[in-house]
Design a protein around this ligand. Structure first.
Ligand code: DGJ
Length: 701
């Protein structure tokens, strides 16, 4: 069924149909849009009317609002919280009509008394089950009305059908342990997932999935949502005591207030929702397809195999050392060389130089151009690390503009990693950042920016500004705008998102970057779990994964080169070790594995991903070409147990009736065998065993 939107004025019902589901809203008797259905196709006429808040004095919450307005007997988390100049709180809506424009629906609401209007917006796409929702809130009055204070403006509230039970999947973590998947029974309570950091955050991601507790990797209904926002955010999931689950989410955390002035409109970020009947794996594949087709700015380009010098050299970068690494990287097949931190100002460590974006004269006497030219001569693109939102106190920039940082007049500004955050909400600061980056890219023939951000906000004040909490939204929007502008002005420029590893990965940052640095943790065993969580929402082509040295610099764990490669080959492969210390044999093996990666890259970066569990600690990912002709399976067993060889790995993505040839062994297997019995993994003996299996469908078989 093609995607389509309709509105029945007699029944006040809006319908959004996507290829695999239907979403329905009914305008309630009180003028508020109420949730009717989200899930599989059904006879909507047979559904009971959503209860009106006036139906019962105590149970009114049982019907969910599309955006709860904080009036009437609604006691769940309110997605819209406003206060008018006379002290009155909350909106009381009148439904003022709808507009359908292609695949976009807007429900227009006006307050019955005060000069406030809202549009609840919905967008669908022709071949996706993702529904994008956002809110636009407008002050429709005159200066005499005074500003409206907004303390909460969510993008949307989502409600699932009544289920026998509810389970919540979400991602938690920390620096070096991002994207840890949590899957727990949802308590009868309000559960808040949030970031108060001004960044999306390492510790929580604005994605969640709800099922009834029975969904598995490939079966069952799953409802999931993801917020496209790169700053502070909050999602509150409310499982009420009478069996209904709703969640409301948007930008900002509690305690912030924005003044909405006459004539002004506040736009929220998109909160996207997806209904899937194919289990968690099916939901992830639908998200991956959406990110590739509707989010990433240049999905048609393959992500290059990069070399990054950070783990090899730390801050000790200079022209000769970087050129040596570049030559070695080129021999291994790297296509992009990225010069990381330490190349500018007085930046020989964490304490000084951030903000002074001129090459360090002792390390790069003739600037960066000789290195960039050498990298280009070696047939690679040139990438440069920047952290444009930050400044060290010990820097020329801070000495010249101490007022440019987030601060409050009578408070000490906390330094984290010896740095402060520039207030990009200030137009002159954003303009300076844009100009600086634009010049760097132009003068140094930069093909790739690694845009880092190594600390969250603290003391996020904006002295003298009448609406200081705007910094929480406007800083983020400025980051987005500068990225967009750079891309527009430098076609071909690519940007890698980074925030101390995966501290700022979300649908909004991926809309203007090409991939994200997943984690500073490059230990391959830890990475398996991190990558598993990342893949719930994001596709492999946007997941940067490096092969680094052994023993790992952070964990001290020693692992074979092949294992490190096989884990990193499941994403956008990069090399991050000190190649000057790799043996000839290691360099040779690495070059072979890079070549192998390039062979499977179309599958990894464009194919469909299936996460597999082989039991006994063996896990795998299977990448299948869209037409089912080619397949790559990467399997890993971190620890072996005597007498517990891995079971044959079942490959549910294969066609039962087809035959597949193993490219390495030449063996031909039937799809039915590979699906129902599985393929023998033939892992090498010992811990940290891994393999790559490539299958090709036999035509005419
Ligand atoms: C944090 C990043 O995640 C690292 O890859 C590296 O770029 C450092 N910052 C540099 O300071």
């Amino acid at each position: 069924m093609p995607s389509a939107i309709s509105f029945d004025p007699d029944r006040g019902v809006a319908l959004l149909r996507t290829p695999g589901g239907v979403y329905a809203v009914r305008i309630g008797a009180d003028g508020s849009p109420r949730h009717l259905h989200w899930g599989a196709e059904l006879d909507l006429d047979a559904l009971p009317h959503p209860r009106s808040p006036a139906d019962s004095s105590f149970e009114a919450d049982a019907a969910a609002d599309e955006l709860a307005p904080q009036t009437g007997p609604r006691y769940g988390p309110a997605g819209l919280q406003v206060r008018f100049a006379d002290g009155t709180a909350g909106a009381q809506w009148h439904f003022a009509g709808h507009r359908i424009d292609g695949h976009e629906l807007r429900l227009r609401l006006t307050d019955r008394h005060y000069p406030l209007a809202a549009e609840l917006c919905y967008r669908i796409r022709p071949s996706s089950d993702v529904i994008e929702r956002w809110t636009e809130l407008t002050h429709t009055g005159t200066p005499a009305d005074g500003p409206v204070t907004v303390t909460r403006l969510d993008s949307a509230a989502w409600t699932v059908p009544r289920l026998a039970d509810y389970r919540l999947s979400h991602l938690t973590g920390g620096w070096n342990s991002e994207f840890q998947l949590q899957r727990d029974r949802l308590p009868v309570a309000e559960t808040t997932l949030t970031s108060r950091r001004g960044l999306t955050g390492h510790h929580a991601s604005p994605w969640l999935a709800v099922d009834d507790g029975s969904a598995s990797e490939e079966h069952g209904e799953v409802w999931s949502t993801a917020l496209a926002w790169s700053g502070s955010w909050r999602i509150t999931v409310h499982r009420d005591p009478v069996g209904r689950t709703t969640w409301t989410g948007g930008f900002g955390h509690e305690g912030l207030a924005w003044a909405l002035r006459p004539g002004e409109t506040l736009h929220t970020p998109v909160f996207a929702g997806l209904y899937s009947r194919g289990g968690f794996g099916g939901a992830s594949r639908a998200w991956h397809a959406y990110v590739r087709s509707a989010v990433l700015p240049a999905p048609e380009r393959s992500q290059p195999v990069l070399y990054n010098s950070w783990e090899a050299t730390g801050f000790a970068v200079d022209q000769a050392g970087q050129m040596r690494l570049a030559q070695l990287a080129a021999c291994l097949g790297a296509e992009l060389f990225v010069l990381d931190d330490g190349w500018f100002g007085a930046r020989t460590g964490e304490r000084a130089g951030l903000g002074d974006w001129r090459p360090r004269s002792d390390a790069f006497p003739a600037g960066l151009r000789p290195l960039a030219d050498e990298v280009h001569c070696l047939g690679m693109e040139f990438g440069l690390w920047v952290e444009p939102e930050m400044v060290n106190r010990d820097s020329d920039l801070h000495r010249a503009h101490p007022d440019w940082v987030l601060h409050a007049p009578a408070r000490e500004a906390t330094e984290l990693r010896h740095q402060l955050v520039l207030n990009l909400a200030r137009p002159e600061v954003a303009a300076w950042v844009h100009r600086t980056l634009d010049e760097l890219v132009t003068e140094n023939a930069v093909d790739w920016l690694k845009w880092d951000a190594n600390r969250p906000f603290t003391e996020a004040g904006w002295p003298g500004h009448p609406d200081p909490d705007r910094v929480w939204t406007d800083h983020v929007r400025a980051v987005h705008r500068i990225m967009d502008q750079l891309r527009a002005d430098h076609p071909g420029l690519r940007i890698e998102a980074c925030a101390g590893g995966g501290g700022r990965v979300d649908l909004a940052v991926l809309a203007r970057t090409d991939q994200a640095w997943t984690s500073d943790n490059t230990d391959p065993v830890d990475r398996i779990g991190i990558q598993h969580g990342y893949s719930q929402l994001f596709p492999a082509r946007a997941m940067a994964a490096w092969v680094t040295d052994s023993p790992n610099g952070a964990t001290g764990r020693s692992t074979p080169l092949r294992f490190r490669f096989h884990v990193a080959m499941a994403g956008a492969l990069g090399l991050g070790g000190d190649l000057t210390r790799w043996t000839e044999a290691e360099l040779k093996e690495a070059a072979e594995l890079v070549a192998r990666y390039k062979e499977i890259r179309p599958l990894v970066q464009r194919g469909e991903q299936y996460r597999l569990d082989g039991g006994d600690g063996t896990t795998a990912v299977h990448y299948a070409a869209a037409d089912g002709g080619e397949h790559a399976v990467l399997a890993w067993r971190p620890a072996t147990r005597f007498g517990h060889g891995p079971a044959p790995l079942r490959l549910p993505a294969l066609d039962l009736g087809a035959r597949y040839r193993d490219r390495e062994t030449g063996e031909v297997h039937s799809g039915a065998t590979l699906r129902h019995r599985g393929i023998d993994l033939r892992l090498p003996a010992g811990d940290y065993a891994s393999t790559l299996i490539r299958l090709v469908r036999q035509e005419g078989a």
